[in-house]
Write a protein that binds this ligand. Structure first.
Ligand SMILES: NC(=O)c1ccc[n+]([C@@H]2O[C@H](COP(=O)([O-])OP(=O)(O)OC[C@H]3O[C@@H](n4cnc5c(N)ncnc54)[C@H](O)[C@@H]3O)[C@@H](O)[C@H]2O)c1
Length: 352
């Protein structure tokens, strides 16, 4: 069996990339890079003999991997993905694609000029919830989807408080770009070709900013984002996403998709704590809910190796990343100026 030579840059989430690839017999994880050498020990235990680098450019030069996973702070996605593409590798870049649309567009340009592939790790599409929801949609069980609601809120869940997640120049934003990106991608993916037309958002930063002041740590992003997206098919997407807020549950996740024939409602995880109910048979005011038992299948990492070996298309593309980045930029702009924003107008501006 032929194998794919893989390297991973960034070993926080990147450790899960290594673990995911290792499950596929066609994946050969040859090297990793991280500025923080203390992260190498765990990887060496997982992959005895793996080569480790502090300088990712040296790693690209020496190892010449066919695929590079990029799992570093968001503000470095562009630099490291572009360097990997230039080295001749295909790239799986973590979500969000980058910190803003102009950066994401430069990444797409680099993929085009180098002729390499740039994929985005919208990992939640590949979980059991995602695949089950998608199979229901593909089987036509929902009919046209006209409304989606997504909530992902935490009581006290600012990731690694004081670090890069709370610094806009490194993250691009708070929970909207960190957690919301998963949910909104999921909804657009299930809605098929839905094109976002206009967005309206409000963000808050009271609790995060107060915590930052109290502990003398940087925090200049939102801690809560809420809003509405309208699509060209007339569909509406309502969302409520936060890292912190006074709420009963530690973490609350709801995804509801309403179609003309049926609906999906559940709690998508991400840690396997999902439920998924497929509602149909609208009889009077009562829904007949059928619980669906989603069976776990291959992760994004195994799926990508499969696709690279077989030539099949990987279902989380550069264009998916660009569409999401355009929506995120528009949402942040809407929150900034306090009114509804047209996504196309903002995109035209970003393209210069
Ligand atoms: N798909 C998912 O579900 C998921 C989950 C968590 C994080 N992420 C994404 O993964 C990315 C990383 O997040 P994280 O939680 O692992 O952050 P993290 O801070 O835990 O890890 C980032 C790592 O990158 C390293 N790094 C920074 N600059 C580097 C450089 N120039 N060269 C090499 N290494 C460098 C750091 O030393 C650190 O070890 C983010 O884009 C985040 O949004 C995705």
């Amino acid at each position: 069996m032929s194998t794919i030579r893989i390297a991973v840059v960034g070993l926080g989430m990147g450790k899960l990339h290594v673990a995911g690839y290792l499950k596929h017999p066609g994946a050969e994880v040859v090297a990793v890079a991280d500025l923080d050498e203390s992260r190498f020990a765990a990887i060496r235990e997982m992959v005895p003999g793996i080569r480790t680098y502090v300088d990712y450019r040296e790693m690209l030069r020496v190892e010449k991997p066919a695929l590079v996973s990029v799992a570093v702070p968001n503000s470095l996605h562009e630099e490291i993905s572009c360097a990997a593409l230039e080295s001749g590798a295909d790239v799986l870049c973590e979500k969000p694609m980058s910190v803003d649309l102009p950066s994401a567009l430069r990444m797409r340009d680099k993929a085009e000029t180098t002729g390499r592939k740039l994929y985005i790790n919208f990992s939640q599409r590949f979980g059991a919830f995602g695949r089950t929801a998608r199979s229901l949609v593909d089987a036509g069980e929902l009919g046209p989807i006209y409304h989606a609601y997504c909530q992902w809120t935490r009581r006290d869940g600012i990731p690694r408080f004081g670090g890069w997640f709370g610094r806009k120049e490194m993250s691009g934003g708070g929970p909207l770009i960190d957690l919301g990106v998963h949910r909104l991608d999921f909804v657009f993916w299930l809605m098929g070709d839905a094109k976002p037309l206009t967005v309206s958002a409000v963000t808050h930063d009271r609790l995060g900013t107060a915590l930052g002041r109290k502990h003398n740590k940087p925090f200049d992003v939102e801690d809560l984002a809420t809003g509405l997206i309208r699509t060209d098919s007339g569909a509406s997407i309502l969302f409520d996403i936060s890292w912190t807020g006074f709420q009963v549950k530690k973490e609350q996740q709801v995804l509801r998709l309403l179609g003309e024939k049926g609906s999906i409602e559940g709690s998508p995880g991400p840690h396997g704590d999902y439920t998924l109910y497929f509602c149909h048979n609208l009889a009077g005011n009562a829904y007949n809910s059928t619980p669906v038992d989603p069976t776990p299948e291959a992760s994004s990492f195994e799926t990508l190796v499969d696709c690279l070996l077989t030539g099949d298309p990987f279902p989380a593309t550069t264009e998916d990343g660009i569409r999401l980045q355009a929506v995120l930029d528009a949402l942040y702009e809407s929150a900034r100026v306090g009114r509804e924003i047209e996504v196309d107008a903002l995109q035209a501006h970003a393209r210069g």
